[in-house]
Design a binder for this molecule. Structure first.
Ligand code: UPG
Ligand code: MN
Length: 744
């Protein structure tokens, strides 16, 4: 029988391995040079560095070398997957044998995640090219907002028009917001391959526009008007005593897809649509998104109980209506299917600008690193765009004789006793449910206690013997929203870095937890992200010390005439050139790569530093875990500057910004001061000889920091650096430059 999937290797791996071997040799030479030449004496003397300064360089270079080695794990054997969904269609006799699928959409806050955004995501999920009676969409609302419920109720009505429209004309993408936006920017009335009358197209568009207007106006009023509330019993759940973080559970089935009476405008069945706000009480910890996911798993088990679960964030709409069928090819493939625990799609964004000013594109992670993890055991679970087996995420271990119950959910009857089922589902969404000594959050479901709950959950699934698969089709399956300001980006990365570092330090450390269960290369692959946070310290050292040493006339690298300069130059040039190649071949622009390098430094010296502090203080019990939601809206000025690719620093001040400004100023001051000193002492060529690499390093830092200087001294818009930040940065840098050699 023909396979449903195929796996291919990347080309030219032998060339890559040769390159990697030369870099490894270069790193060894650099470390040897450092270790063999540790100066004696704690003070700078005769132009020699004090020992501690030199040892610091050695430690930093050792660390960078280690990170490089760890990063090789996912570059050694990357694979690419293909699916043959036409064979699946032939084999399943049309649609008869396709398994049921539950789709989870998480939202948490109607202000940073507007209900109209949630609605488009939900509609795109309902409109998959998949039998409607086998699809159920569940929305978890951690904000417990009547506005979100109202928006979903509107969506349940609009779906009757939207779904047949999509089906009939093969619309892509099936998020109405994305579809109508796209058709606007392509400047035709309708995309060429859509053969519908202009009237029909305009009717659907108009009715979508009216719906979003109604949602917007209700959101503006802040409450749902009584005449609307009268139209669905669900609105009466928001009585007195319901606050967003203190309320009883709410479960409302908005569409019962099994009922023959609920059909779209063409008489076809609709997918089931369920709204859930799990119970929240101040005395019970709700465990953020992980808690929401687990409540969804339980609630859905009482309603549709499908064997496969897809989960997406509320901003992540479906951009490809065939993704469910594609994912099913992996689960149903006779050779590998029985082992597959989850199928992960990449995380792609719709709102990136051409040169990706905040380095948010994830292109290299998507095109290289996840493929590399897939080659050595399977990608990590990255929280969104992932298909899980229900049994797997619920905690079952893989065994060769495990048999999936693909019939699960199919036999479910219409929810005749709707009220009873809703009551039962509610009881599964209470706080008390989990506190009666259940395994939820520990052995069962998504794991608690980690800001990257997804990564730790995926690792545990792999350690229970399941494989995972990474599928990156050319038409992107899911598109979400990336942060659009510097502050949001830094906050998001602080959470990522903290989460991954705390995994490394916990009992889930991939080397311990995964030992003997997953391959060493995969253990290392997980570590790449775990090492982000502690990398902040060597990075800060490298950004601060060599420039200051240059200012003080202390050379830290081999002279230009010494052969030892070759490994230093080779390692840096080769790794940068390769990173450029990797970024550009993954879809970044040249400028995008350059912006990414700036963000690399900014994130490492701010987010990751704070993440390190967060992690340690959490381990010492000085603070508790937080999950700061990434806002999906920004004000008009901010969006305009984002479109213009102007970095957003102001107007408020923060520790992160002070660090960014201070390190930028320091490089500039050291470069100028050091050059001035060299010229004044008339040493010219011999200085260039001694300080060549330090000058290159300072120069590169200054070049990447140009937008920071502009924000401090040139720009006049509201996104410029706050004056307070500039003053604080000068206050830090000035003494550091003046104290001079005394401390060295
Ligand atoms: O208490 C909470 C907090 C968040 N969320 C939802 O979780 C999702 C992700 O939150 P977001 O603020 O958008 O985080 P990102 O930084 O974009 O999240 C990435 O990283 C997270 C782990 O840090 C993963 O869970 C996400 O899937 C992944 O997209 C959103 O749908 C939220 O509504 C909840 O349901 N409840
Ligand atoms: Mn997000």
């Amino acid at each position: 029988m023909e396979r449903l999937v195929s796996t291919g290797r990347f080309g030219a791996r032998a060339v890559y391995k040769l390159y990697a071997a030369t870099v490894a040799a270069g790193i060894c030479l650099v470390l040897y040079y450092r270790a063999a030449r540790v100066p004696t004496g704690d003070k700078a003397s005769g132009g020699r560095a004090p020992a501690w300064l030199w040892l610091g360089m050695l430690a930093a270079e050792l660390w960078f070398g280690l990170c490089w080695v760890v990063a090789q794990s996912v570059r050694w054997r990357p694979v690419r997957r293909r699916v043959f969904s036409d064979r699946l269609a032939a084999r399943q006799h049309g649609n008869n044998n396709l398994p049921c699928v539950d789709i989870f959409v998480c939202t948490a806050d109607p202000r940073s995640e507007p209900p109209s955004l949630v609605v488009s995501t939900v509609l795109s999920a309902m409109a998959y090219n998949y039998p409607a009676d086998k699809l159920s969409v569940y929305v978890s609302d951690d904000g417990c907002s009547a506005l979100t419920f109202y928006a979903l109720w509107e969506a349940s009505r609009f779906a009757k028009l939207w779904l047949p429209f999509c089906r009939r004309h093969g619309i892509e993408p099936r998020s109405p917001a994305a579809y109508f936006l796209e058709s606007e920017t392509t400047e035709v009335d309708q995309p060429g391959d859509v053969h519908c009358s202009v009237q029909e197209w305009s009717l659907v568009k108009e009715s979508y526009r009216e719906m979003t207007q109604r949602i917007a106006s209700v959101a503006l009023q802040g409450t749902v008007p009584e005449e609307i509330r009268a139209m669905h019993k669900g609105f009466y759940e928001w009585g007195s005593g319901v606050a967003s973080q203190n309320h009883p559970p709410i479960v409302q089935v908005l569409i019962d897809g099994k009922s023959p009476n609920v059909v779209d405008n063409e008489g076809s069945l609709l997918p089931t649509l369920v709204y859930m706000a799990r119970e929240k009480r101040p005395q019970y910890h709700h465990n953020f998104k992980a808690g929401a996911m687990n409540a969804l798993i339980r609630v859905s088990s009482a309603i549709s109980n499908s064997p496969i679960i897809l989960n997406v964030d509320c901003d992540v709409y479906s951009n490809n209506s065939n993704s469910i069928r594609d994912a099913m090819c992996f689960f149903l493939d006779e050779e590998m299917g029985h082992k597959v625990g989850f199928v992960q799609y990449p995380q792609n964004y719709t709102n990136l600008t051409k040169n990706d000013i905040y380095g948010n594109s994830l292109n290299v992670i998507n095109e290289v690193e996840l493929c590399g993890m897939d080659g050595v055991g399977g990608p990590a679970y990255i929280g969104t765009g992932c298909f899980h087996r229900r049994e797997t995420i619920c905690g079952i271990s893989f065994t060769e004789n495990y048999k999936e119950d693909w019939e699960r959910g199919i036999t479910a009857k219409p929810l005749e006793r709707m009220d009873e089922i809703e009551e039962q589902a509610k009881s599964l969404a209470t706080c008390a449910y989990e506190h009666n000594n259940t395994e939820w959050g520990r052995e069962a479901g998504v794991k608690y206690g980690c800001p990257v709950e997804d990564v730790i959950t995926g690792l545990a699934i792999q350690c229970r013997g399941w494989a995972s698969v990474y599928y990156n089709p050319s038409r992107k399956a899911f598109l979400g929203l990336a942060p659009t300001t510097l502050a949001q980006t830094l906050l998001q990365h602080r959470r990522f870095a903290e989460g991954n570092f705390s995994i490394l330090l916990s009992r889930y450390c991939p080397f311990l937890f995964g030992h003997g269960k997953v391959r060493l290369c995969l253990q290392m692959g997980y570590c790449i992200y775990g090492l982000w946070a502690p990398s902040s310290i060597p990075t800060l050292y490298y950004v601060v010390v060599p420039p200051l040493a240059f200012l003080n006339g202390i050379p830290l690298f081999p002279e230009i005439t010494s052969p030892w300069i070759i490994p230093f130059m080779y390692v840096s040039a080769a790794t940068y050139a390769y990173s450029l190649y990797e970024a550009v071949s993954s879809g970044d622009t040249l400028r995008g790569w350059w912006n990414g390098q700036r963000m690399w430094i900014i994130k490492r010296t701010t987010s990751y530093l704070l993440a390190t502090i967060d992690t340690i203080s959490r381990m010492l019990g000085l603070s508790t875990m937080a999950f700061a939601i990434t806002p999906k809206v920004s004000d008009e000025g901010q969006s305009r500057r984002y479109e213009q690719e102007l970095m957003e620093f102001g107007p408020s001040a923060s520790l992160e910004l002070v660090i960014v400004a201070a390190t930028a100023l320091l490089s500039l001051a050291c470069l100028a001061g050091g050059m001035g000193r060299a010229v004044a002492s008339g040493c010219g060529v011999s200085c260039l000889n001694k300080f060549f690499l330090q000058i290159v390093l300072c120069g590169a830092l200054v070049a990447t920091n140009v937008p920071v200087y502009e924000a401090m001294f040139v720009r006049k818009d509201r996104g410029r650096m706050a004056l307070r930040v500039t003053v604080a940065a000068i206050g830090l840098v000035l003494p550091a430059c003046l104290i001079r050699a005394n401390i060295f």
